[in-house]
Ligand binder design. Structure first.
Ligand code: 0X9
Ligand code: ZN
Length: 480
């Protein structure tokens, strides 16, 4: 390199160094769960908090906030009931990076043993798709503000998908919610790696068409890893003001209808953007939702967040109940049982605006509001946006365990040509006692193939299915 080139390289390197902000530190910052019961207490907390971690709390009640050390001392003076979740957020993130180094130095670390970079997520997607080309395809469904691809993996078994129910699973709209892209990656990983050996997974992958988008906000994710681990929004440059738009306030159904839970101020953590759909990160997902809904195949849209430990259905924008709340709640109970099966974690379910807080412009209000399709926010647990690395895998297991029974609910039962011939035997007489055993077994295991009357209101398996089966059995079948 000649001296002019060397100088140019130096200038370039200096420019790059300048462009990269120094990491933000949170020494002595407290994460605190406050319980406010009067308007005055609420006012005090709002005035003192550096950040409201569960966003604009709807008001009175319990929510999480961050205080710098000085503000925390002032908060203590007010005597407001609270529990300290962390007394030093910088120590917590330092611990995560220390654990990260330890895990990576070990032999053959599990992919889910630490938080992975975007490059690692992309590499893993590529490796999985290459290993299972018959089940998975990867595509780019959008581009972020900083030109990163928004990648999506489609997973489904062989055969025509023309009438196959479709599920969209997205995560990481909020940059700092690091567990969430891992949860999607875990779902993807299990679907592919255990397809050949796990009959339950195979049944689900064969019968549902999954569209999995691990990171909706890749710019924000990288920024939160390198520069500010408490960053929530995308990386929109709002000229002359604070950066970022809250992607989960930018969806175009009842967008910005009021300022409860979304904001028109660029510096707010819940800034909704200048217009609905102003942010490129969500444009491709909107098209996907619209297309799958128009095909009549879209059944479920999941938007994975942390760390509210809840399963939230529409609406966000109003506390009025949506017409399908009874079905949402029945399915909520099914998902709750799955989530809880991993290690007993209780996940309350219900209408988001009622059990958490009001907000507008969120993902699920769009999918349900415009298309009438079931859509939820899964708020995984964990005691922080970045819980210790040992929490990653259990939280991923919870996400998968919550998803599986919901998928099974939507698997259209394969009705035999003659329903009463449950075991599909062809030897005469093909209707015999084995068909009773077959039906009873299906029913007892909750297999939706026992849904003889094809009812859709939960519980779909009930006494009517026995009556239906018996009727068909006594009516006989003309052919197996
Ligand atoms: O505020 C959000 O976007 C989500 N919570 S988070 O802490 N992950 O940011 C929850 C949105 C849930 N919707 C309603 N509040 N209705
Ligand atoms: Zn979130």
């Amino acid at each position: 390199m000649n001296s002019r080139a060397a100088l140019a390289a130096l200038v370039l390197a200096a420019g790059v160094a300048l462009a990269q902000d120094a990491p933000v530190r949170y020494d002595g910052h407290h994460a605190v769960r406050v319980t406010v019961s009067t308007a005055r207490q609420l006012q005090t907390v709002r005035a003192l908090a550096d950040d409201i971690l569960t966003c604009e709390g709807s008001g009175l009640g319990t929510f999480d906030v961050r205080f710098s050390p000085e503000r925390f001392r002032a908060f203590l003076e007010a005597g407001i009931p609270h529990a300290v979740l962390s007394d030093d957020l910088q120590r917590d993130i330092d611990q995560i990076w220390a654990d990260d180094a330890r895990v990576r130095a070990g032999d053959d670390p599990s992919w889910f043993a630490t938080y992975r970079s975007l490059a690692e997520i992309n590499a893993r997607i590529d490796a999985l798709v290459a290993a299972f080309p018959a089940l998975a395809t990867v595509s780019t469904i959008g581009t972020s503000i900083q030109s990163r691809p928004i990648r999506m993996v489609r997973v489904t078994g062989p055969g025509s998908t023309a009438n196959r129910p479709a599920f969209i699973i997205q995560s990481n709209q909020h940059a700092r919610e690091w567990v969430t892209p891992h949860a999607s990656m875990f779902i993807l990983d299990r679907f592919l790696e255990t397809y050949a050996t796990d009959a339950r997974i195979r049944n689900i992958v064969d019968n549902i068409d999954f569209y999995i988008i691990p990171s909706v906000n890749p710019d924000g994710y990288e920024y939160s890893r390198t520069t500010n681990n408490q960053w929530r929004k995308n990386r929109r440059d709002n000229p002359g003001s604070c950066d970022g738009v809250d992607l989960n306030r930018n969806w175009g159904f009842q967008w910005g209808i009021d300022n409860t839970g979304s904001s028109g101020s660029t510096c707010s953590e819940t800034y909704r953007g200048p217009a609905a759909w102003s942010e490129p990160e969500i444009a491709g997902i909107k098209s996907l939702v619209d297309t799958l809904a128009a095909q009549g195949r879209l059944k479920v849209h999941w938007d994975i967040h942390t760390n509210g430990q809840m399963f939230l259905s529409p609406w966000g924008y109003t506390t009025n109940p949506p017409p399908d709340l009874p079905l949402m709640d029945s399915l909520g109970a099914i998902v709750q049982a799955g989530l809880q099966s991993v290690r007993g974690t209780p996940y309350p379910y219900g209408q988001g605006s009622v059990i958490l807080y009001l907000n507008n412009g969120n993902t699920r209000d769009y999918t349900y509001g415009v298309h009438g399709k079931m859509a939820w926010t899964l708020e995984l647990g964990g005691n922080a946006f970045q819980p210790p690395v040992s929490e990653i895998l259990p939280l991923c297991h919870e996400a998968l365990a919550g998803l599986l029974p919901l998928a099974e609910y939507y698997i259209v039962p394969v009705v035999p040509s003659c329903f009463a011939n449950c075991d599909a035997s062809t030897a005469s007489p093909f209707l015999n006692v084995n068909d009773f055993t077959c039906f009873t077994n299906l029913f007892a295991s909750g297999d939706t193939r026992a849904n003889c009357d094809a009812s859709t209101t939960p519980p779909v398996l009930n006494v009517n299915d026995f009556t239906c089966f018996l009727n068909q059995f006594s009516a006989g079948c003309s052919a197996p």
